[in-house]
Write a protein that binds this ligand. Structure first.
Ligand SMILES: Cc1ncc(COP(=O)(O)O)c(C=O)c1O
Length: 317
């Protein structure tokens, strides 16, 4: 990846003439079967550009209570766009139930913000949404005159888990934000894909938000490399997550682990969690909390080492 970055042909992307950025955007249009794409520095900026392109001041978007677009993006849509979020709880599958969506869609009445957009997340906390649900939820949204955005930060994990091409996961949405960092391993960069009309608007917002970059083909080259080399190997992360959860669960005294795509969630007491974290740290393995994420820089021998440590820790309890 570093080599590809060093060799990248570059230009000024603000003028739309960085050939490597153009190649990355074209590749993602091809993979997702969308009309247009815009490269942005981060997933947060990609989601924000999307929200600002779909909605105007006084509009409202529906998102999950724990959605990144609601909870973890510093309220950007409200602060910068005058767009009101309407959060509702995710169900256990990471879906927004249609009945809950229905209850918060506002009638056309000057008392209310105008409900404009449904925003889903896939994967949501590692959970991949079924293609059936995506089609149902977006059909329902459109019947209520809402447009549809997907925070697809990990959309390639979602497609793998749904055993579907990524274009099927993206098909029902007007815009999809895709991260090249995280599981795909680039140092930065996301791409927003969608209709030419929405992506044109997003390009203007990107400039306004300070995300128009020069010679950024260096980073786009990492994205192209990741699309070629890091997508197929995501199945290794999913397998390792399942194995890690199974190993944790085979220790009878630690609690429960649940794997979703490339993530493992440890459900254990605060005390055990604290002790486990300290024990692992003493052995040069750092975990931040109960969510463990598998990625391309964790291989089978790293995992074996972790299994040995978990077994030794469980024996001491
Ligand atoms: C689901 C989801 N969406 C968006 C983002 C934002 O991406 P970034 O950190 O590149 O801004 C993240 C980051 O972890 C995420 O998990």
């Amino acid at each position: 990846m570093r080599d590809a970055m060093a060799r990248a042909e570059v230009g000024d992307d603000v003028y739309g003439d960085d050939p490597t950025v153009l190649a990355l955007e074209a590749r993602l249009c091809e993979l997702t079967r969308k009309e247009a794409a815009v490269f942005v520095p981060s997933g947060t900026q990609s989601n924000l550009c999307a929200l600002l392109s779909h909605c105007e001041r006084g509009d409202e978007y529906i998102a999950g209570q724990d959605a990144h677009t609601y909870k973890y993006e510093a309220g950007g849509a409200a602060v910068l766009g005058g767009i009101q979020p309407q959060p509702i709880p995710f169900n256990a599958q990471g879906e927004l139930p249609l009945e809950s969506i229905k209850q918060v869609i506002k009638p056309d009445d000057p008392h209310f913000a105008k409900t404009r957009l449904l925003c889903l997340e896939n994967t949501q906390g590692g959970k991949a949404l079924s293609i059936d649900y995506l089609n149902e939820a977006t059909t329902f949204a459109r019947a209520h005159n809402l447009s549809c955005h997907l925070d697809g930060a990990r959309v390639f994990n979602a497609a793998l888990a749904a055993n579907a091409p990524v274009s099927d996961v993206c098909a029902p949405f007007d815009t999809i934000s895709i991260c090249l960092s995280k599981g795909l391993g680039t140092p930065m960069g996301s791409v927003l894909v969608g209709s030419a009309e929405l992506i044109n608007k997003a390009r203007r917002w990107r400039k306004m938000l300070g995300g128009g970059l020069r010679q950024v083909g260096i980073v786009a080259a990492a994205g192209l490399y990741a699309l070629e080399h890091s997508v197929e190997r995501l199945c290794d992360d999913h397998r390792r997550a399942t194995e890690l959860a199974a190993h944790f669960n085979s220790m009878e005294n630690l609690g429960e682990a649940i794997a979703h795509t490339n993530m493992v969630f440890l459900e254990t007491s605060d005390k055990t969690m604290q002790k486990l974290r300290a024990y692992l740290q003493k052995n040069d393995v750092i975990i931040s909390g109960g969510r463990l994420v598998l990625h391309k820089d964790i291989n089978d021998s790293d995992l074996d080492r972790l299994f040995t440590l978990i077994t030794a820790f469980a024996r001491e309890q």
